[in-house]
Design a protein around this ligand. Sequence first.
Ligand SMILES: [Zn+2]
Ligand SMILES: [Zn+2]
Length: 342
Amino acid sequence: MEQLTRPAPGVLEWREVAEPDLRGPLEALVRPVVVATCDLDHPIASGLTPIPGEVAMGHEGIAEVVAVGDGVASVRPGDRVIVSFQISCGTCDRCRRGQTGSCRRVPPGAMYGFGAFGGGDWGGFLSDVVRVPYADAMLVPVPEELDPAAIASASDNLPDAWRCVAPHLRADPTADVLVMGGGGRSIGLYAAGIAVALGARRVRYADDDAGRLAVASDLGAEAVEIDRTEAKLKPRAGIVVDAGASPQSLACACRSVAPGGHCTHIGVIYEVETPIPLLEMYSTGVTLTASRAMARPLIDEVLALAGTGRFRPELVTDRVLPWREAQTALLQPHTKLVFTRG
Ligand SMILES: [Zn+2]
Ligand SMILES: [Zn+2]
């Protein structure tokens, strides 16, 4: 079968590789048909991350079920499904607590699209066939009424954005939301759009890129132009999302939290230690969350919100392209691309 492979940083090739087989009764084989870029795909493809070695690219998308093991109950061949990017059994104690990115039955960090860095090589979605080890736990049927290209990021970036704002708005519906965008390019915009759709009183999106600021406005957020030198943004907000992926952005985000509020840091910073304004955070009473998304339990909520029409994730997508253009397009900067089979 054909697989888009990064043999080395900065190089992408369509390669012939062996097709995966079913290895047990709980497994499924799926054929990806609509694949979105994750905010990390361009950095991985281009060698802007420390992720080493050969990588089968792609870990967000919608697939058609090709075959299932005898023990699979929730999907059948022909079904269209969202495939969670993290490999999770759904039944261990961590999965039951929602920590599906840390499942005990697979190596730490097991996921598609990251090569050996992702807890062993599980393949990537820009491939003809992908093996899903726990089909009932990892596959979510796609509602008929939703446009697959709009929700292809439901594997990863959409639930990542959801967890930055939705639980905190539930806890305090009166809180203002501030998103520092630019690093996690689509996640920051999705977070702003989700907060607007959930009825947040005020949603601001801060960035130095005119294109993303325009998208934020289209999503219903207030666009705030910044130049990346700000120590803090005023007025402070009870819910802050740091998608800036830089120490400056993180510090600014932490200082921009209103008393008793919450900051979620999602943009990956590859330093071993990163300074934060701890005294100021202590004085203000800031809770800082720094974690990977635990995608699977949130996919259903993301799809339900998209189904209301109040949140339009397609506004974040730059372009929908033919499948084979992934080879060149992934190496060019973008916010969100979607690749579809012809
Ligand atoms: Zn990702
Ligand atoms: Zn598990």
